[in-house]
Write a protein that binds this ligand. Sequence first.
Ligand SMILES: Nc1ncnc2c1ncn2[C@@H]1O[C@H](COP(=O)(O)OP(=O)(O)OP(=O)(O)O)[C@@H](O)[C@H]1O
Ligand SMILES: O=c1[nH]cc([C@@H]2O[C@H](CO)[C@@H](O)[C@H]2O)c(=O)[nH]1
Length: 362
Amino acid sequence: MTEREKEILDLIRRNPMISQQDLADTLGITRSSAAVHITNLVKKGFIAGKGYILKEADYVAVIGGANIDIQGFVPKPLILKDSNPGYVRISLGGVGRNIAENLVKLDIQTKLFSAIGDDVYGKKLLEESRGSGIDMDYCLMLQNTSTSTYLSILDHDGDMAVAVSHMDIFDNFSVDYLKSHGPILNNAQLIVLDTNIPQPSIEFVTTQFKDRLFFLDTVSTSKAIKVKEIIGAFHTIKPNRYEAEALSGISIDSKLDAEKACYYFLNKGVQQVFISMGKEGICYGNHQHIRFLAAPEAAVVNATGAGDAFMAGLVFSFLQEYSLEQSVRFAMAASTLAISHENTIHPMMSVHSVQNIMKELK
Ligand SMILES: Nc1ncnc2c1ncn2[C@@H]1O[C@H](COP(=O)(O)OP(=O)(O)OP(=O)(O)O)[C@@H](O)[C@H]1O
Ligand SMILES: O=c1[nH]cc([C@@H]2O[C@H](CO)[C@@H](O)[C@H]2O)c(=O)[nH]1
């Protein structure tokens, strides 16, 4: 790279939207010679595309929810319509955000596209997610809007008994916002989506960036149905049993039913299907075969986020070019680790810890 090219790259880095005329004026050269330098920088691979998007290290884009989770834990079986002694914890959550944090812990650079309000919770989400290593620069920050919250009560076995999600802020997660970040999304290695975002925004991403591969987390039965008609647009999906039922219309009461649902999704064009069935395990398949992997016996402290860790494990495995069998084992090991800690994201989540658990899976 010539000295002049270095100067130009530096100016673009500071202001990616700078015009050729402003570049020329700043450097005291003509606009046409600024244009030649830019063409050369593109040819040499330092500029990745229009709008002067600088080529940077590989990254995954995650588009989805970021919440504050308020979770109640009880030591004894829940008594409904009564006040149960226990304890309450506040932590960061949101399916997309949880997947992003797990990915960062698995050493994958990750940019999160989500919506956050300008309240105390929003600031907490922004600072702590940034602190954990997620690139939060593309999140939508909305003034006079409340950050979304998720309130859940876990039963004494660590499984969710009931929950309420208050995520109205995502009504503002528009197609225009996604359009404004088009080049960044288009340069991602792959795009993970959750169904917290509005249906038109999901459809926009899957049609606009169709050269990318999409991994889908279906979030909940009520939100999963947003993608019922476009499920074939996703390369990899991980619904739990109930979300798979809502999407396929097939009741899943046995492994055989889960297999039928896998066929349904594969026939729609999905390449890899993972139907998670809590402590029973996973029914998974691709166009070669469909199989079942039983989950190991595990001491569950908090099952919240098991699916998010699983999805992060699938993304990691895909980028490592693992086989389907290796992928499901790595992802299951990641969720087994996740449920062994009170926090939604296990503080010790790492490639090394997951590989250690993987060795113990049958
Ligand atoms: N009680 C449990 N015992 C053992 N393993 C479990 C248990 N719960 C979850 N898992 C593991 O985590 C995987 C994903 O769990 P699950 O089916 O609950 O996903 P999910 O409903 O998407 O989770 P979440 O929405 O809480 O993130 C399971 O396939 C299993 O490997
Ligand atoms: O509708 C939703 N419910 C729950 C979540 C999040 O799921 C996480 C656990 O998988 C939890 O952190 C919650 O915030 C969400 O993003 N949307």
